[in-house]
Ligand binder design. Structure first.
Ligand code: AMP
Ligand code: MG
Length: 356
């Protein structure tokens, strides 16, 4: 009797075990989780690094090397903490020519050509304006906004990157009011460098995500990477994008750094023509294969605004754009439409614009 019951019991257990193994195998028909994630504090934001299919030791080495590269970016390009850039700004303001290394020169030349392509809407030479608005600080300013007379004074000086020239390994400005602030594309530059470091470590599938702005390479097993785009006025995401091969997705938003004063929001993206935070837009998302270009373009198109962003996109060679205006109208290019899935119900009305 006992023997029979135990036989029944063990056959039952065997059957259960086989069932569980089958279930596990069916589940394992999909790729097992092989993601390695790590978070760093760099560039004043949390940077998430996700690697796929990398041994833990190799992943740790690669992430450590990325951390070195990001700290280097901070040391070189910070707009108000002592950096190569602030030293350069001090010298230029004093009318001196300043010794710079080849790397900084390359970055400044890239800034100059992006500024030119944007019609000076992306203008990294207006550091004084950004400082005047109180955004050269880790904490958001509280207001009030600066006096009109002070804004006017800085507008009259109108520095652009065209005021900066190079003589051998020295930089010199013919407008002493030029103050460099690379905040509009430094994150993109840094993310590019991080990806370069990962590739040097043999990594082919990764995302480097600096506070929602990111570059993704390769894919997540047999699926593309899927990333979220933040909703400009509500918590959570408004849409998702599946990346293809090597894509950078950068968003400029009026919610990132701002202060509210007497019922109005004053944010950190300054229109160099008016000296005021750019009007009319909540957020602009750009996809491009170069993170620095995507970053600069998102800033420039935000400044260009809902009526004029197409021209600027065309001049900058940007074909994937989504702009959300202050009334929550969504405009996007054809090419962007093919890449985006809205994650809100109902999805917003979309105005599609032919590829610029
Ligand atoms: P982003 O979030 O990439 O649009 O960059 C915004 C940051 O870029 C600001 O915090 C400033 O440091 C800087 N910035 C603001 N306005 C401009 C502008 N018109 N052109 C270039 N950089 C800007
Ligand atoms: Mg930007």
């Amino acid at each position: 009797m006992m023997a029979t019951r135990s036989t029944v019991c063990s056959s039952f257990l065997k059957a259960l075990l086989i069932l569980l193994m089958c279930a596990a195998l069916v589940d394992c028909g999909r790729a097992p989780e092989r993601a390695y994630t790590s978070q760093l504090l760099a560039l004043g934001t949390l940077v998430d690094i996700t690697l796929w299919d990398v041994e833990p030791d190799a992943a740790t080495d690669a992430v450590n090397a990325v951390e070195v590269a990001l700290n280097e970016a901070h040391r070189r390009w910070h707009a108000w903490e002592p950096s190569d850039l602030t030293r350069l700004n001090e010298g230029l303001a004093a009318g001196r020519s300043v010794l710079i290394d080849a790397d900084l020169r390359t970055v400044l030349e890239q800034a100059t050509s992006l500024a030119r392509a944007s019609g000076q809407l992306f203008n990294p030479a207006v550091g004084r304006l950004i400082e005047l608005w109180g955004f050269h600080s880790d904490d958001a300013p509280e207001g009030p906004p600066p006096a009109q007379s002070e804004i006017d004074r800085l507008l009259q000086q109108a520095p652009t990157m065209e005021n900066l020239t190079f003589q051998g390994n020295r930089a010199v400005a013919d407008n002493p009011r030029l103050q460099l602030d690379l905040g509009g594309f430094a994150k993109g530059l840094a993310v590019n460098r991080a990806i370069k470091v990962l590739r040097r470590h043999g990594i082919q599938h990764a995302i480097v995500n600096a506070g929602g702005d990111l570059r993704a390479i390769g894919q997540r097993g047999d699926r593309p990477w899927r990333i979220g785009i933040r909703h400009p006025v509500e918590p959570g995401i408004i849409a998702s994008v599946e990346t293809q091969g090597d894509d950078s997705v950068f968003t400029s938003g009026n919610y990132e750094r701002y202060f509210d004063y007497q019922g109005r929001r004053y944010h950190h993206i300054i229109d160099p023509r008016t000296g005021y935070p750019a009007n009319g837009t909540l957020s602009v998302t750009v996809i491009h294969d170069d993170a620095a270009v995507a970053d600069a373009a998102a800033t420039a198109l935000f400044v260009a605004g809902p009526e004029n962003w197409r021209d600027t996109a065309q001049r900058m060679g940007i074909s994937k754009v989504m702009l959300i205006d202050e009334a929550m109208n969504v405009q996007m290019t054809d090419e962007m439409k093919g890449r985006i899935t809205f994650e809100v119900d109902p999805p917003p009305e979309i105005v599609t614009v032919q590829a610029p």
